[in-house]
Design a protein around this ligand. Structure first.
Ligand code: ATP
Ligand code: MG
Length: 1005
């Protein structure tokens, strides 16, 4: 479109002037020179009249900067004039004739063939794009991100020439681009890592830990290796951990994943598209989880209802699948793992599992004090960096100082002090140069003072502190504020803290490095120790004020991400001493993390609690503030395998009693009940469940009653107190009054659960109506949340099948398989384990090949229960069924002792009427199968023991099992009563409608 025609000449002139002015400013910023205005374009030269070493890189930065400016202007123009404004930029490098030409005032000009080539590049660039000729591309190799060479035809040339699109500038590593001393020593370390890189390129990935004290050269080694990898065309993704975010969950893992998925700096939609390109076949819900982890989730779509455990499993699976699908070799770098947050650490460990099967090398650097999970990946390699040798140190120092004889003796002093630590040596030299002891430039210093009179600070920290002290006040203030922000910081954020940033001195003094040269330049501390000293050497009150402003700035900058940033904001407010505000943000962070990662949520509640500890004793809100985190900690303790019983619960109880807060105490008590159940403290669980129910009822809140009752009911079911189960289930059903989601803060549908537990109680007690209840409960759960469904299916079948009430037919197995799929996708580890156990219980009653699968499943869950110290109450029956499989394979002598031991154990624990019924059943059947005289006697005793276990509820589930066992015993003894017992058994099974028993009875001869 002809712009002039669309907007008129006057407006066109305005737009052009604006464009030229903004472009000129960018050119100037990068040290270029505007040489010509060509009517509809401008020409700029870098490297003349002043020769700049990195003129090509500067030109690229300027070209991108101009496009950035143009895009901003284009947005304004599009709003006002409704036209699209776009610009083309071309770059070429080579000899030009430059200068004032002739005596007429033409100004500074460049002419020659190379100028023409630049114009040609401009003409083939796409609108909004930058095109480089081959000669420029060669000069910026490594620093710039370029497209594939395209062969283009240009005016005046016979043959097509190569042109490359400039896509961006690679993020420069700190130190790269400024003079870095030559690498000394580290020969075997380099060749070891190089060897691992070669193997990784061949598809045998590795993880390497690089460990050593501050300043010893870990980052340098990693940098050298990264450069080597890049030179071989291997992509490198780097992330780093920071001291002040070591408590902020997800920090590191999100950052590394953002780099690896290439979404850093992209806007939301573009980033999401990029992720979908990378994992084209992944399940859409998985990709949504990934968006959330990467911090690029679409704000308009809600997170699917998935338990944190499932979220972790699925994220691990997608990320690992993406790693496995990678064909090109990559290097991942995690720097400074001694500051990694717990959640990132454990997620990284999960992600590392597949690395050996991928063409990737993972480098993790850390200081010796770190002993976390990343150091315990047993197949990883470790490289420990020792101090440099004397001769390597001497070489390094000579390079820093230069050959002049006046610095010889000083070099000696530095070497002694630095003790093989290269960073210390460098800092001492900088310090001496700034003090004027050394004159001249790096590698060519002269000493002005006698070496004997020079004092050198005792530690590297003291050296840095001395250097910071010498800064002018504005630069010092900038550095202090930056240290509060973190290792990386931008000019605009400094400004938001009310700082007038003075950055040039800091860059010049090598205290910081510039990372990004855009409109909003980014900087990074030259070394973590510099940040540490800059942070610690400021006045506490100043620092607190900066933290406070930073917290506000983080919130203000991205208000939509406030929840995501809550942990970080809390961290800064805590450092600012704003304890009440920090507490609020910690709690908010906990609520946000609760659906994402339970450990993360847990840590936030712990932090909140600790903040309360530091409040003055007479703070009027102290007690109330403490209750909320303590309650959350108790309620979720079982999920992170922490015990509630003991101090944790006692503290909550005291607080609640003092404050008269019965509801919180009820929640905490319910959590303790569940803990007792899971740890097989069945009678304590039952007793406490009664107390809990009384307490819950006394609160008088029907919703709370509906929500919490399920825990008490579970405890009573484990202890075979079916009258209580029946009564309390009925109470929930009444209170829920048909509303499936009432009280849905633990389970999505307490009502579905209560209907199911009423069914079980009904059949155990021989009451009618259970069949309808089972059907109804399952149907309601199917349309509730995944957790409820998995739990209900578990209840239906893991009680129903062993008790002989239900048959493990195809429909049952299909339903359980369905629940298992749902648990895998969305359930927590408990729901998953319970569903696996349920499937195992069903399959163990079916034909041979399915029993093999059952055995595998049960062995796995049994092992998992033990390892996690939970669901221990389920173990006896798991073990009994496993033993029966052994017996079925002919190994009865091995199988009977564990069965016997389990039945005895249940008897001693007073749990014979729960899992003791089927356990006794299996023991008796197996004994009678072996059939020695003493086996038969033992079987008879076991039956008697079951028959006499005290019970005042009249359990028909026991009666019918006893009838079956007595019939089997009579048959084994050749007793005539057998037939009559068998027929009574058949009749009872039929009249109760217990399909499992009906089938078993039918099979009796
Ligand atoms: N072998 C070496 N030869 C020359 N210079 C080196 C060598 N090792 C390290 N250096 C220089 O010493 C300085 C400190 O090294 P580096 O930043 O790698 O330390 P680090 O071990 O990563 O410390 P931190 O634990 O604090 O991160 C850097 O400027 C680096 O270039
Ligand atoms: Mg380092």
């Amino acid at each position: 479109m002809d712009i002039a025609a669309a907007v008129g000449a006057e407006r066109l002139r305005e737009i052009m002037t604006e464009l030229v002015e903004r472009s000129a400013a960018v050119v100037q910023r990068y040290g270029g020179m505007l040489s010509q205005f060509t009517g509809d374009g401008i020409m700029a030269v870098f490297g003349a009249p002043v020769a700049l070493e990195d003129h090509a890189v500067r030109a690229c930065l300027a070209a991108l900067g101009i496009q950035e400016e143009c895009a901003l202007l284009a947005a304004e123009v599009s709003d006002r004039d409704r036209i699209d404004l776009a610009l083309r930029v071309g770059l070429n490098s080579g000899q030009v004739i430059a200068g004032e030409i002739g005596s007429v005032a033409l100004g500074y000009t460049t002419i020659g063939e190379q100028v023409g080539m630049a114009q040609r590049m401009e003409s083939v660039a796409p609108p909004g794009g930058v095109m480089l000729s081959e000669s420029t591309a060669r000069l910026v190799d490594g620093a710039a991100v370029l497209g594939e060479p395209e062969m283009v035809r240009i005016k005046g040339a016979e043959e097509p020439v190569a042109a490359l699109r400039l896509l961006g500038m690679g993020e420069r590593h700190p130190g790269v681009g400024r003079a870095e001393s030559t690498l000394v020593g580290r020969r075997w370390e380099m060749s070891a890592v190089e060897g691992l890189l070669d193997r990784a390129i061949d598809g045998h990935g590795a993880v390497v830990g690089v460990v050593g004290p501050p300043g010893i050269g870990k980052s340098r080694l990693v940098r050298e290796l990264s450069a080597m990898a890049s030179a071989r065309g291997v992509e490198v993704f780097t992330t780093f951990c920071e001291s002040h975010t070591s408590q902020v969950p997800f920090h590191t893992v999100a950052r590394l994943s953002r780099a690896a998925f290439g979404v850093e700096g992209l806007d939301g939609q573009t980033a999401r598209d990029r992720v979908r390109d990378r994992v084209p076949d992944a399940d859409p819900e998985d990709v949504q989880l990934l968006d959330d982890l990467l911090g690029i989730a679409d704000p308009n779509t809600a997170l699917p209802p998935i338990d944190p455990d499932a979220r972790r499993r699925r994220l691990t699976a997608v990320v690992n699948a993406a790693s496995l699908a990678r064909e090109n070799p990559v290097v991942f770098v995690v720097e400074d793992a001694h500051w990694i947050d717990d959640v990132s650490e454990s997620m990284l460990v999960d992600f590392l599992m597949v690395i050996p099967q991928t063409p990737s090398l993972v480098l993790v650097s850390y200081r010796p004090e770190y002993e976390g999970a990343l150091t315990r990946v047993h197949w990883a390699q470790t490289i420990a960096l020792a101090p440099l040798s004397d001769s390597d140190t001497a070489t390094l120092i000579t390079e820093l100082l230069g050959p002049d004889p006046s610095v010889g003796a000083l070099g000696q002093t530095i070497a002694e002090r630095a003790a093989g630590n290269p960073f210390f040596a460098e800092e001492i030299v900088r310090d001496l140069a700034e003090r004027g002891v050394l004159r001249g430039n790096r590698s060519a210093y002269l000493s002005t003072v006698d070496a004997a009179e020079v004092t050198v600070p005792a530690t590297v920290q003291a050296t840095i502190a001395a250097r910071i002290d010498r800064l002018n006040p504005k630069a010092k203030r900038t550095l202090s504020a930056a240290a509060v922000i973190g290792a990386k910081f931008s000019r605009d954020l400094l400004e938001m803290l009310g700082i007038d940033p003075v950055l040039e001195d800091l860059v010049g003094g090598e205290l910081i490095d510039q990372l990004r040269f855009t409109r909003q330049p980014e900087y990074v501390f030259h070394h973590p120790l510099i940040r540490m000293v800059a942070y610690e050497s400021q006045l506490k009150s100043d620092r607190a004020e900066l933290h406070r402003r930073l917290a506000a700035a983080i919130e203000a900058r991205r208000p939509a991400s406030a929840d995501e940033n809550a942990a970080l904001i809390a961290e800064h407010l805590e450092a600012a001493g704003d304890l009440h505000a920090a507490y609020g943000w910690h709690m908010r962070a906990g609520a946000w993390a609760r659906n994402r990662d339970i450990v993360a949520a847990w840590l936030s509640w712990e932090r909140a609690r600790r903040v309360v500890d530091t409040l003055p004793a007479d703070d009027p809100h102290r007690a109330a503030m403490r209750i909320a985190p303590c309650t959350m900690l108790c309620a979720n303790a079982w999920r992170v395998h922490v015990d509630v019983a003991g101090d944790r619960f006692d503290e909550l109880r005291e607080l609640c009693i003092a404050a008269g807060d019965k509801a919180s105490l009820a929640i905490g008590t319910a959590a303790l009940v569940i803990e007792h159940v899971y740890q097989a403290r069945t009678s304590e669980a039952s007793q406490l469940a009664s107390e809990a129910m009384a307490l819950i009822e006394s609160v008088g809140d029907p919703t709370l009653t509906v929500a919490l009752s399920c825990t008490a009911i579970r405890a009573k079911a484990s202890n075979a107190e079916w009258c209580d189960v029946l009564g309390w289930s009925q109470r929930v059903i009444d209170l829920a009054d048909g509303d499936p989601s009432k009280g849905n803060f633990i389970f999505g549908s307490p009502l579905a659960l209560a209907i199911t537990t009423r069914a079980i109680a009904r059949y155990c007690l021989g009451r009618p109506g259970w069949r309808d209840d089972l059907r109804h409960g399952l149907a309601m759960a199917r349309s509730a949340d995944p957790m409820t469904y998995a739990t209900v299916v578990g209840y239906v079948y893991f009680f129903g099948i062993p008790f002989g009430v239900l048959r493990p037919d195809d429909r049952a197995v299909n339903t359980i398989e369905d629940a298992l799929r749902i648990a895998e996708r969305s359930g927590d580890d408990f729901a998953l384990a319970v569903t696996q156990q349920t499937l195992g219980f069903a399959l163990v009653h079916r034909s041979a090949p399915e029993r093999d699968r059952a055995q595998k499943l049960l062995a796995e869950v049994g092992e998992a229960f033990l390892r996690q110290g939970c669901l221990l109450g389920e173990l006896p029956l798991v073990n009994v069924y496993l033993a029966r499989e052994r017996a079925r394979r002919g190994d009865r002598d091995e199988a009977i002792p564990p069965m016997r031991a389990t039945a005895d154990h249940l008897f001693r624990e007073g749990r014979l009427l729960a899992w003791g019924i089927p356990a006794t059943g299996v023991l008796v059947e197996t004994l009678l199968d072996r059939g020695t005289e003493s086996d038969v006697a033992e079987a008879e005793a076991a039956i008697e023991r079951l028959a006499t276990a005290p019970d005042d509820e009249g359990l028909v589930t026991r009666e019918i099992w006893l009838l079956r066992l007595r019939a089997l015993l009579a048959r084994a003894q050749g007793d005539e009563a057998y037939k009559q017992l068998r027929d009574r058994y058949r009749a009872m099974a039929t009249s109760l409608g217990f399909e499992g028993h009906m089938k078993w009875a039918e099979a009796m001869p």
